[in-house]
Design a protein around this ligand. Structure first.
Ligand SMILES: [Fe+2]
Ligand SMILES: [Fe+2]
Length: 479
């Protein structure tokens, strides 16, 4: 049964999907990681002998037993901000467990190895130790030392940097990513505050918006690429950050000054906060909504505006954005806006960002459109749903193939759009990731303007955009 034993020292870059030719092993690895993270979280809240902790450890143990059917040790490695199972990158988990990775790094852990004899007691002791503050660990002699004292022999930790590759990419990208995931944490926290009737940390929201305004000012292409990060399970949090990025990028094209961008950004970030008040069963329903459910769903803009109005320090125009983001350019959306002939400029900006991000994300009731398909929808509804001028500016900004789009070139190679060429919106710069035979390659950037000259007889360098999910491809690591 065990077909994985020989997979030792393969190249880091070599086909990670191929490696998991047995899909079950990947599933086990994912389950195991999920239960590891859940146990760690539970033990940070409850005492170790609490029923919840006992159940979490039990759950982990069952998953580890399942995993042991495949291999007799489990090696998790951290390279930069990414998680690897042995030599194989786990792109999805690198995103999902971003804060866990950061925490392990702060505890000086560069990798964790779990060995077959691992007992629940060893596991519990280990989790308690890594839930201890870094300073306290250092005072008590360091993690490795404490593990030895506690008799934890079936978990080995690697020193930080053990698995680091040579320095990766330019400096801007990783820290823009950090801003992105920090923003996701903040919006989660804000939603939680609304749910528990606490006052909103408006300052934190402002800090997130301020950081993104800076990013967009420095290098809007790099930040726009981040807006192609999506989460199926946690749609609204990731969606809010993407709408923030897209709105700021569009606003800065007009151009708006910094203060206006702050007001626009706050409204964009918080536009869907009213969804906290909508039952989960409606939000995640797979089939079409009944008319009663649809009426409830349509209350989220007004509910969001109510929540924001009650917070001191939120600008009235940010509140207005939450209220108007579904009202449409022609006022045929919801809620009905009777008193004026059009919605405010900032609401029109956020509306485009909102619809674009929603269309390009898989939802329980829809497949994701590719970015160029989504742009075609915006064009079709110019002048009715959307402000036509803003749609034009949006297309100028995104190009015909927006940053983050998976494309197939005329040469047969696959790549991800990396940067627009102002001179030719149909010929962006592309990061190649697969050769014409479909084999994974060391990513390298080609400028399609040059490629186009060479193969003009083909009629364009980009042949088509593709949906990464239908190909089982995860593009996040390439952004
Ligand atoms: Fe909404
Ligand atoms: Fe939305």
């Amino acid at each position: 049964m065990n077909t994985e034993e020989s997979g030792g020292s393969a190249d880091w870059k070599q086909g990670s999907l191929q490696y998991f030719h047995s899909k079950n092993l990947l599933e086990k690895v994912r389950e195991l990681l999920k239960s590891f993270s859940a146990a760690k979280k539970t033990m940070s809240i409850y005492p170790v002998n609490h029923e919840m902790c006992i159940r979490a450890v039990e759950d982990f143990r069952n998953n580890f037993d399942d995993y042991l059917m495949w291999k007799n040790s489990f090696s998790l490695r951290i390279v930069g901000d990414e998680l690897f199972f042995e030599e194989k990158l786990l792109p999805r988990e690198s995103v999902l467990f971003y804060s866990l990775i950061q925490e392990l790094k702060s505890k000086e852990i560069g990798g964790i190895n779990l060995i077959a004899g691992l007992t629940p007691l060893e596991f519990t002791d280990f989790i308690s130790l890594i839930n201890t503050k870094s300073e306290e660990l250092a005072e008590r002699g360091g993690l490795a030392n404490l593990m030895q004292k506690a008799g934890i022999h079936n978990i080995l930790i690697d020193e930080p940097g053990t698995w680091e590759e040579k320095a990766t990419e330019e400096k801007l990208r990783p820290s823009a990513r950090e801003d992105y995931f920090n923003a996701v944490d903040v919006i989660r926290e804000l939603a939680d505050q609304v749910m528990t009737d606490r006052r909103l940390s408006v300052n934190k929201a402002n800090r997130v918006v301020g950081a993104m305004v800076n990013r967009v000012g420095e290098n809007s292409a790099a930040v726009l690429g981040l807006a192609s990060i999506k989460s199926y399970d946690e749609y609204t949090s990731y969606h809010s950050i993407n709408v923030l990025i897209l709105s700021l990028a569009l606003g800065s094209m007009l151009p708006l000054d910094r203060n206006s961008l702050m007001v626009l950004g706050t409204g964009a970030l918080l536009h869907d906060l009213g969804k906290v008040a909508i039952p989960q069963a409606i939000l995640s329903k797979t089939g079409p909504l009944t008319s009663a459910e649809w009426r409830i769903m349509q209350e989220h803009p007004a509910k969001g505006a109510d929540i924001l109005l009650a917070q001191p320090g939120v600008h009235p125009i940010s509140v207005l954005i939450a209220y108007e983001h579904h009202a449409r350019y022609d006022l045929k959306g919801y809620p009905q806006i009777g008193a004026k002939d059009k919605i405010s400029l900032f609401s029109r900006i956020v509306e485009i960002a909102d619809v674009y991000d929603a269309m390009t994300t898989v939802r329980p009731y829809q497949k994701a459109r590719t970015p160029d398909q989504a742009i075609r929808v915006l064009v079709k509804d110019m002048g009715t749903a959307f402000d036509p001028l803003l749609v034009k500016v949006f297309i100028d900004m995104m190009g015909l193939f927006p940053v983050g789009t998976l494309v197939k070139l005329a040469t047969g190679e696959l790549g991800i759009v990396y940067e627009q060429n102002e001179a030719d919106l149909a010929a962006p710069k592309v990061k190649l990731i697969r050769d014409r035979a479909g084999a994974e390659i060391e990513p390298n950037i080609v400028d399609l303007i040059h490629l186009k000259e060479k193969i003009s007889e083909v009629g364009g360098a980009v042949l088509q955009s593709l949906d990464p999910q239908s190909l089982g491809l995860d593009i996040i690591p390439y952004l």
